[in-house]
Write a protein that binds this ligand. Structure first.
Ligand code: NAD
Ligand code: UDP
Length: 365
């Protein structure tokens, strides 16, 4: 059987590198990968099933380099994006360019060649929950906060808050996909990830990157450096944490079950992995103690900080994200399998093994 040809834009990122690992291991795919960086996939660069293009993808390069490859492929995964909240606030222009302007031509080309576009959007397109605007701010009514792909309205804060630059650009990208599907029959699958966690997520500031990464790497940096874990606005926001291998299972099932996945939007999240950020910090302290054998992590300092001080003016948070995952269950036979504790154990072991030794921190087992 001949191998399927799949394009992965953003193959060198956190999700892209895990997807590349999995596809190459299956032996069923030939990948044409684009990214500006390749550290996370360097072990695959000699693999005949991967052609890597170290190139920035934007509307201009899309014309010349990508289009002929799109014309011959079976599916395109679009993962390349600016996607850390600190950047939405500090660099909203770059965020909007990356998540829409640099990328919309990709949709035009997929439409022109009738190619299947599999796009990672975000659960952040739902914005805040309706519950958060109800007096008393309670979550008694599931209908006011559970997020259903084809029903839940998008409730973003005011346009003056840069936080929503990312979600707005992602939502417009989704709309443009729907528009091309309706007018030109372009096949698509849209994925809304819910805080996927795992090895190789982001960077550790001062070691292999600069700036503010997502919460996992922020808390890990604090644990590695002996600095306080910082709870933004009291750490009351909820997130549902999903293990990357479970998420990649979903992406692979989408590719393998086109009848179930084409022309659909899917929440990909782990309802059982829900925590507040305060609970996450406490669990990460416990997990750090468990995997290093150092009880002092149980008392690791935690402090509170305002969103404005941590991220800058224009930060606003999503209060809660609970995915309805019935569609992924029924159409793909997918369900998250990995518990939050196990996700943290595997992921934090990776970070301690890769960054801890320089600070004299070793893991057990
Ligand atoms: P990431 O930052 O680790 O990876 C993105 C990759 O894209 C990076 O390697 C970056 O170099 C590359 N890239 C960005 N712009 C590019 C361009 N113009 N040309 C070439 N390469 C470019 O992010 P990730 O966590 O792997 O996320 C992948 C996708 O999933 C993104 O679209 C993101 O919005 C979405 N997503 C992820 C999560 C999550 O939990 N990880 C949550 C919501 C949405
Ligand atoms: N957060 C925090 N401390 C940090 C970093 C983030 O309390 O050091 C909070 C942030 O305010 C948000 C949650 O953690 O409520 C998740 O943030 P993340 O950057 O992972 O991205 P998001 O889920 O908002 O896209």
């Amino acid at each position: 059987m001949s191998k399927k040809k799949v394009i992965i834009l953003g193959c060198g990122g956190f999700v892209g590198s895990h997807l590349t690992d999995r596809m190459l291991a299956s032996g069923k795919y030939q990948i044409e990968g684009w990214d500006v960086s390749y550290d996370k996939i360097s072990q695959h660069l000699g693999n005949d099933d991967l052609t890597f293009h170290q190139q920035y993808v934007d509307a201009a390069t899309t014309y010349s380099e990508l289009e002929p490859v799109i014309a011959e492929c079976d599916a395109v995964f679009s993962l390349a994006a600016v996607c850390t909240p600190a950047q939405y606030v500090a660099s909203p222009v770059k965020t909007i360019q990356s998540n829409f302007i640099d990328a919309y031509k990709l949709i035009d080309f997929c439409a022109e060649h009738r190619k299947w576009l599999i796009h990672t959007s975000t659960c952040e397109v739902y914005g805040r929950t309706l519950s958060s605007y109800v007096p008393e701010d309670n979550y008694d009514n599931l209908d006011l906060y559970e997020q259903r792909e084809d029903e839940t309205p998008l409730v973003m804060g005011p346009t003056t808050n840069h936080r929503w630059s990312y979600a707005t650009a992602k939502a417009l990208f989704e709309r443009y996909i729907f528009a091309h599907n309706a007018e030109n029959g372009m096949p698509f699958t849209i994925i809304r990830p819910y805080n996927w966690f795992g090895a190789r997520m982001d960077f550790i500031p001062g070691r292999d990157g600069d700036g503010i990464p997502r919460v996992l790497a922020c808390f890990m940096t604090a644990l590695l450096d002996g600095k306080p874990m910082q709870l933004v606005d009291g750490g009351e926001a909820y997130r549902t944490i999903t293990y990357i291998d479970d998420a990649v299972d979903a992406l692979m099932l989408m590719l393998e079950k086109p009848k179930g996945s084409k022309n659909q939007v899917f929440n990909v999240g782990n309802r059982g992995g829900e925590v507040t950020m305060r609970e996450l910090a406490l669990l990460m302290r416990e997990t750090a103690a468990e995997i290093t054998g150092r009880d002092e992590f149980l008392e690791h300092p935690i402090e509170e900080i305002s969103g404005e001080k941590f991220y800058g003016e224009g930060y606003e948070d999503c209060d809660r994200r609970v995915p309805d995952v019935k569609k992924a269950e029924s159409r793909l036979d997918w369900k998250a399998k990995t518990s939050l504790r196990e996700t943290l154990r595997i992921t934090m072991k990776y970070y301690f093994d890769n960054y801890g030794r320089a600070s004299g921190i070793n893991t057990q087992g």
